[in-house]
Design a binder for this molecule. Structure first.
Ligand code: PGA
Length: 252
C-alpha cells in the first residue's frame, strides 16, 4: 500500500514567455474556484520565468526547474545550478528527463549527481526514468527502468526528498500511452525497488506517470495502483487542460 502524497506536475520544456503569466493566473483561479484537489500542483517553466512565476504564484502552485548542473557555481557557461533555482523560488527540479538523456547524453550516473546537487540545495528532485520503444519491443522494459532507478538515485538521498517519474520515451508527445496493465507492471516494479532500498519509507515516495497524459485519460491512468500523479508536458501549457488533469484528484 502506498502512502505517497500525489502530485500533478507540469513540464513546460522550452515554452513560455512573460505573457505566459496569464496561464499561471488562470490556473490559480481554477484551483480556487474548483473544488479542492487532493494533490500537490507543480509547474516547471523555463529558467527565464521561474523567478517571476515563483514571486507571484499562490502557495497552492509550487514552482520548479527542469534541470540543474551538478556544481553549485563555476565556469559552466549557460548552465544553471540547483542553488540558483532555489534562490529563484523553486522548490523542485526535474532531473534525467529523457530529452536531457537523449539530447545531452546524460547518463544515470550524471543524473544522480544532479539529484544530489538538488538535494544539497534544499530542492526535491523529480528523477525521470523510462524505456525507448526499441527497449520495450525487445522485452527489456523492466531491466532498463530498474537499472535507471538504481543508478539515478544518489546514495545519500532521503526518501522524503525524491519523487520518481516513469515516462516511457515512446509515449512522450506522441499521443500514445501504455495500457493500464503495462503502467501497473512498471510502477509495481519501481515500488518494489524503492521498498527494497528504503524499506517502509519506500512506500511513501511518489511515482508519477508521464507521457501523453491528457484530461481524457488522466482518471484512468491516475487510478492505476502505485501511480501517485502525473508529469505532464504538452497538456500543462494551457491552464484549462492542466486543470482537467488535476480533476483526477478531485472527489466532487
Ligand atoms: P507529454 O510530455 O505530456 O507532452 O507527452 C511529458 C514529458 O515529457 O514530461
Amino acid at each position: 500500500m502506498t502512502t505517497a502524497r500525489s502530485m500533478v506536475a507540469g513540464n513546460w520544456k522550452m515554452n513560455g514567455l512573460k505573457e505566459s503569466h496569464e496561464q499561471l493566473d488562470a490556473l490559480a483561479d481554477m484551483l480556487t474556484t474548483g473544488s479542492e484537489a487532493d494533490c500537490d500542483v507543480l509547474l516547471c517553466p523555463p529558467y527565464t520565468i521561474i523567478a517571476s512565476f515563483a514571486a507571484t504564484s499562490p502557495t497552492r502552485i509550487l514552482i520548479g526547474g527542469q534541470d540543474c548542473h551538478t556544481n553549485v557555481s563555476g565556469a559552466h557557461t549557460g548552465d544553471v545550478s540547483a542553488e540558483m533555482l532555489a534562490d529563484s523560488g523553486a522548490s523542485h527540479v526535474i532531473v534525467g528527463h529523457s530529452e536531457r538523456r537523449a539530447d545531452h547524453g546524460e547518463s544515470s550516473e550524471l543524473v544522480a549527481q544532479k539529484a544530489s546537487a538538488a538535494l544539497a540545495a534544499g530542492l526535491v528532485a523529480i528523477i525521470c526514468v523510462g524505456e525507448t520503444e526499441a527497449e520495450r519491443d525487445a522485452g527489456n522494459t523492466l531491466d532498463v527502468v530498474l537499472s535507471q532507478v538504481a543508478a539515478s538515485i544518489p546514495a545519500d538521498a532521503a526518501a522524503d526528498r525524491i519523487i520518481i517519474a516513469y515516462e516511457p520515451v515512446w509515449a512522450i508527445g506522441t499521443g500514445r500511452t501504455p495500457t493500464t496493465g503495462d503502467v501497473a507492471e512498471v510502477h509495481a516494479a519501481i515500488r518494489g525497488a524503492l521498498v527494497d532500498r528504503y524499506q517502509e519509507a519506500g512506500s511513501s515516495i511518489a511515482i508519477l506517470y508521464g507521457g501523453s497524459v491528457k484530461p481524457a485519460n488522466a482518471s484512468e491512468l491516475m487510478g492505476v495502483e502505485n501511480v501517485n500523479g502525473a508529469l505532464v508536458g504538452g497538456a500543462s501549457l494551457k491552464a484549462a487542460d492542466f486543470n482537467g488533469i488535476i480533476d483526477a484528484y478531485r472527489t466532487t
